[in-house]
Design a protein around this ligand. Structure first.
Ligand code: ADP
Ligand code: MG
Length: 473
């Protein structure tokens, strides 16, 4: 076997000219911890495959493998207009989606930010807010809203994308298992999400009936299948991360599904929870600090190494570590940099994309947004290196879960399409290229048969498709 080069060396890394030996040795030490060799990736993949099997056979496993009860696969020929709601973690989106056949879709949408108060307050406040947003959307777009021909029920059908772990019992029923991504509304866990939403619609007199509940990964998978029937996997890299795929129903041993006419069901993996036991993931002290200080310690360990909510915070932990050793910013932090989650994941994107000779965009972020008194070019190069380590590791870990599903479904040889939604995937520089590179290291030429594409707004469109598939039954 050829020697395994470190993954950080394989990625394009700018030299840090003029750094001291102490700085270089500290950076190299951290880089080693963030490095993910193909051997380590293979070990993670093996464990991931085992965890998938466990989750399919029994309830309550670490990787829960949640049956979605979505069994239809869109043909692309479906037509009709439906509403969709997408509660992702950062934003609430309301869409009116018209399916026009042949894979064509028209969308109208409004977006609202979910405030920290709503994320932590009583759940009826959160759901009332959602109902108010739908009401506003309907009054501003009423002329576009049509009731399905031949359907006398005046209520509009709505698919709800709810991107938190839910124990689903039917296409329109599911109880929240546990909040993630910074949500904590104390009374919502163990309650039926559709019921809570429908009650809020009643309280606010909004003429909508919630006919389908889907996870955003399930939605993304459905919407991508509408355009590309060879789609096997739907993935989210946004505030959080997760994936869903088409599974053979007999392989979902933990359920008794009576409808013999159906062959496949979408399974929501909830992979953010993978390896919460910390058995194989290469956690650093920066990850452990983040986990300990989070509002869900010991949960969502995989997600905390990959997704948009956390990459900035891991980087901030590295920078503080270097500052405390007098190796960065001359030992000075700022009030802003000392604040939890002040180093946003968007900053990593800007810094990784900063190709100016003196790293001017990086300087702006550090000195103007985070109020570091002054930075040298060496400081800024070190910060860029820290961002590269965190971003590269996130992408390589992402390739591991994707690879595990392909192996589980025996699709490595023949290939598949993968639809991906979420701002991290859409905007983070090189994220997709780094995943592809890792897949090439793992699968060689077969990696070219894996078609990864952005499924923008997939989660919303998919909820409307699920509402449509449910209405057809
Ligand atoms: P949601 O998770 O609510 O569906 P998004 O898919 O938009 O929403 O993801 C939001 C997450 O994406 C946030 O955590 C944010 O930090 C991250 N994000 C947004 N813009 C960027 C960007 N330009 N680069 C990297 N991450 C980003
Ligand atoms: Mg989303």
């Amino acid at each position: 076997m050829p020697p395994i080069l470190s993954s950080i060396i394989r990625d394009k890394i700018d030299p840090i000219d003029g750094a001291s030996d102490a700085q270089l040795s500290a950076i190299d030490g951290i880089a080693k911890e963030f490095d993910l060799t193909v051997e380590k990736l293979s070990e993670i993949i093996k464990h991931f495959c085992n965890e998938m099997d466990k989750g399919l056979s029994k309830n309550g496993m670490t990787v829960p493998m949640i049956p979605s009860f979505v069994t239809g696969i869109p043909t692309g020929n479906e037509v009709g207009t439906f509403l969709a709601l997408d509660l992702g973690g950062t934003n609430l989106r309301i869409c009116e989606i018209s399916f026009e056949g042949k894979g064509a879709i028209k969308i109208k949408q409004q977006k609202h930010k979910v405030t920290e108060n709503l994320k932590a307050g009583p759940s009826h406040q959160l759901f009332d807010f959602i109902a108010d947003c739908v009401d506003k959307f309907l009054s501003e777009y009423t002329e576009f809203v049509t009731v399905q021909p031949g359907v006398h029920d005046r209520k509009l059908k709505l698919g709800f994308t709810f991107s938190f772990p839910v124990e689903q019992t039917a296409i329109n029923k599911g109880t929240l298992i546990k909040w993630t991504k910074g949500f904590t509304c104390p009374d919502a866990e163990n309650k039926d999400v559709v019921f809570m939403l429908q009650e809020a619609m009643k309280r606010k007199n909004v003429p909508v009936i919630v006919t389908a509940l889907v996870n955003d990964t399930v939605g993304t998978l459905l919407s991508h299948s509408y355009k590309d029937p060879n789609t096997l996997i739907g993935i989210i890299y946004g505030t959080g991360t997760n994936g869903a795929y088409f599974e053979d129903i007999p392989k979902i041993k933990k359920i008794n599904f009576s409808d013999d006419s159906q062959k496949k069901m979408i399974v929501n993996i909830e992979w953010g929870a993978f390896d919460s036991e910390k058995k194989v993931l290469p956690l650093t002290m920066f990850d452990n600090k983040l986990d300990r200080e989070s509002n869900n310690p010991h949960y969502q360990i995989f997600e905390k190494m990959i997704s948009g909510m956390y990459l900035g915070e891991i980087t901030r932990n590295i920078l503080l570590h270097l500052i405390d050793r007098m190796l960065l910013f001359d030992g000075y932090s700022s009030k802003d940099l000392n604040r939890h989650y002040s180093f946003e994941t968007e900053y990593l994107s800007t810094i990784e994309a900063d190709e100016t000779q003196t790293l001017d965009d990086t300087k702006k972020i550090l000195e103007e947004l985070l109020n570091i008194p002054s930075t040298t070019l060496i400081d800024r190069q070190i910060v860029k290196r820290a961002c590269q380590m965190v971003g590269l590791r996130a992408a390589r870990l992402s390739s591991a879960s994707l690879a595990a599903i392909l192996i589980h479904c025996d699709k490595v040889e023949c290939g598949s399409s993968v639809g991906i939604d979420g701002s991290l995937f859409e905007f983070y520089p090189h994220f997709s290229a780094r995943i592809k590179k890792a897949l090439q290291e793992l699968f060689g030429a077969n990696a070219d048969k894996i078609k990864i594409s952005l499924a923008r707004d997939g989660s919303g469109v998919g909820a409307a498709l699920a509402a449509m598939l449910a209405a057809q039954k």
